[in-house]
Each structure stands twice: as structure tokens, then as C-alpha cells.
Design a protein around this ligand. Structure first.
Ligand SMILES: NC(=O)c1ccc[n+]([C@@H]2O[C@H](COP(=O)([O-])OP(=O)(O)OC[C@H]3O[C@@H](n4cnc5c(N)ncnc54)[C@H](OP(=O)(O)O)[C@@H]3O)[C@@H](O)[C@H]2O)c1
Length: 255
């Protein structure tokens, strides 16, 4: 029973694995014993992160390039992962983009770009890694949603909220459709997490206080806050859990 969170001999792919959240999740999965593939577009950063994780966790890692909006590129990633590791047990869709703009001014090319990465990219990844998992008769998919998947916030996030709402319902739809293949599909919905991309919020006392004041636990999140939920959803500990979003949000969505 004390091993239910262990991921030894599991193969995990983290898309966006060199991002602020993706790196923490990839490291956490490695710490719990998984072999970790870090993937995104920038070969230099994914190589650095994969090496760092291997050194820190003593697990086997690899880095492969992928553009999640390009189905052919995803097929190549799946092939590289299976060629090198034999299979894939865990997929984490930790890529994502946001382009903020007032709703009434929103440029539709930005709308398309954000939906391409956050929604289409998630679906392409689930489709192609889902096939590998189906062939094995088991798998775990974890999508990154956001508290903005269930809340509007009036801060120029209409497109982003739309993408995360879509990710939440895709998570439920795939959970039901893939359940006969013993593939579990869940999501994690963080509140603001301080990463290199959001550090400016923490550095500005006024905006830091604005975010902190709406979080019941009274603090801003850090990427490591997401490791527990991800390891839970990737491990046997959650074997009867599918189609759910765990909000790692300091109580924001409860208030
Ligand atoms: N940080 C937060 O406050 C927060 C809160 C709630 C939810 N989230 C969600 O959590 C996830 C991770 O966020 P983050 O803060 O870690 O973001 P981040 O630091 O900006 O990382 C995003 C990653 O996505 C990758 N990416 C972007 N476009 C891609 C594409 N076309 N193909 C492949 N990879 C692509 C980027 O790598 P390359 O540039 O190398 O491709 C990057 O590593 C996102 O889904 C985000 O919406 C974040």
C-alpha cells in the first residue's frame, strides 16, 4: 500500500516539459520513479531540462522535439518515444499559450493560435498517445486546465478561458470514451502559478496582492504545488478516478 504513488518502470511524456509547470511536473514524475520524455518545440531547452532531471532524479530521460499543433510532428514524437522506450504509460499535456486582449478587440488570428495549441494540440496528443495506450490496454492522460476553465475573470482572458473550458470537457469526453481501454483521463486546474512567464506579477506588489487576496490560503502557487496532484493522477492511487479536474488553487474555486 505504501507504494501506491510509485511510478517505477512507467514511461511518461510531458509536452511543454521545459515550461515553468511542465519542468516541475516532469521532475516530480522522475522523483517517483518514472522514465521521463520532455517534449516541445525548442530542442535546446528540452535537452537542458531532460539532462537536469536525469541528474536530479537518477531516472532515464530523453528529449524530443514536437509542435503539438502539427499532427505529423506528433506522430514522429510517438514513434521516437516508442522506438526508444517501448511504450508510453503517462501523457501530461503541460503545453499552453495565452494571448490576452479585450474581448471586443480580440484578433481572430490570436484566437486561432491559442485554440490551436491549447485545444487542438491537446486533442492531437490524446489521439496519438491514446492509440499507443489502447494497444497496451492501459494508460493515464493528464491535461493542464486552469481555474479559468470554469471562471471568467474579466482580464482579457476570453480566448484562454474558452480553451480551458474546452480542455475540461474534452477530458470528460475522452475519459468516458477511453475507459473501456483502461485509459484514465483527468485534468489539473491551477490558479496563478509563479513561473518565469508570470514572475512579473509577483514582482509587482500591487498585482501580487490583488491575486493573493482572492486565494483563501493567502499565497501564490509555485510549480512544485502541482506535483502531488499529477503523481496522484498518474499512479495507482487514483485507479478509480477518471474524467475529473483537480483544482490546485488555494481554495479559489471553492470561494
Ligand atoms: N502558470 C500559470 O499561472 C498557469 C495557471 C493555470 C494553468 N496553466 C497552464 O499550465 C500549462 C503550463 O503553463 P506554464 O505556466 O508552465 O507555461 P510556460 O512556462 O509558458 O510553458 C508552456 C510550454 O508550452 C510549450 N509550447 C507552446 N506552444 C507549443 C507548441 N506549439 N508545441 C509544443 N509545445 C509548445 C512551450 O515550449 P516551446 O516554446 O519549446 O514549444 C513551453 O515550454 C499551460 O497549459 C497553462 O495554460 C498555467
Amino acid at each position: 500500500m505504501d507504494q501506491i504513488f510509485r511510478l517505477d518502470n512507467q514511461i511518461a511524456v510531458v509536452l511543454g516539459g521545459a515550461g515553468g509547470i511542465g519542468e516541475a511536473i516532469a521532475t516530480g514524475l522522475g522523483q517517483f520513479g518514472a522514465k521521463v520524455i520532455v517534449a516541445s518545440r525548442n530542442q535546446k531547452t528540452i535537452t537542458q531540462v531532460a539532462k537536469k532531471i536525469a541528474k536530479q532524479t537518477r531516472t532515464q530521460t530523453a528529449s524530443f522535439q514536437v509542435d503539438v499543433t502539427d499532427e505529423k510532428s506528433m506522430e514522429n514524437l510517438v514513434k521516437s518515444a516508442v522506438d526508444q522506450f517501448g511504450t508510453v504509460d503517462i501523457l501530461v499535456n503541460a503545453m499552453g499559450v495565452n494571448i490576452k486582449c479585450d474581448a471586443l478587440e480580440y484578433p481572430m488570428e490570436d484566437w486561432d493560435r491559442i485554440f490551436d495549441v491549447n485545444v487542438k494540440g491537446t486533442m492531437i496528443a490524446c489521439k496519438h498517445f491514446g492509440r499507443v495506450m489502447k494497444s497496451r490496454g492501459q494508460g493515464k492522460i493528464i491535461n493542464l486546465s486552469s481555474v479559468r476553465g470554469i471562471r471568467g475573470d474579466g482580464q482579457g482572458n476570453s480566448a484562454y478561458c474558452g480553451t480551458k473550458g474546452a480542455v475540461e470537457l474534452i477530458t470528460k469526453a475522452l475519459a468516458v470514451e477511453l475507459a473501456p481501454h483502461k485509459i484514465r483521463v483527468n485534468a489539473i486546474g491551477p490558479a496563478l502559478i509563479i513561473t518565469p512567464g508570470t514572475i512579473h506579477i509577483k514582482q509587482n506588489p500591487e498585482s501580487a496582492e490583488k491575486y493573493r487576496s482572492i486565494i483563501p490560503l493567502g499565497k501564490l502557487g509555485v510549480p512544485e504545488d502541482l506535483i502531488g496532484a499529477c503523481v496522484f493522477l498518474a499512479s495507482k492511487a487514483s485507479s478509480f478516478v477518471t474524467g475529473q479536474t483537480i483544482y490546485v488553487d488555494g481554495g479559489l474555486t471553492a470561494s
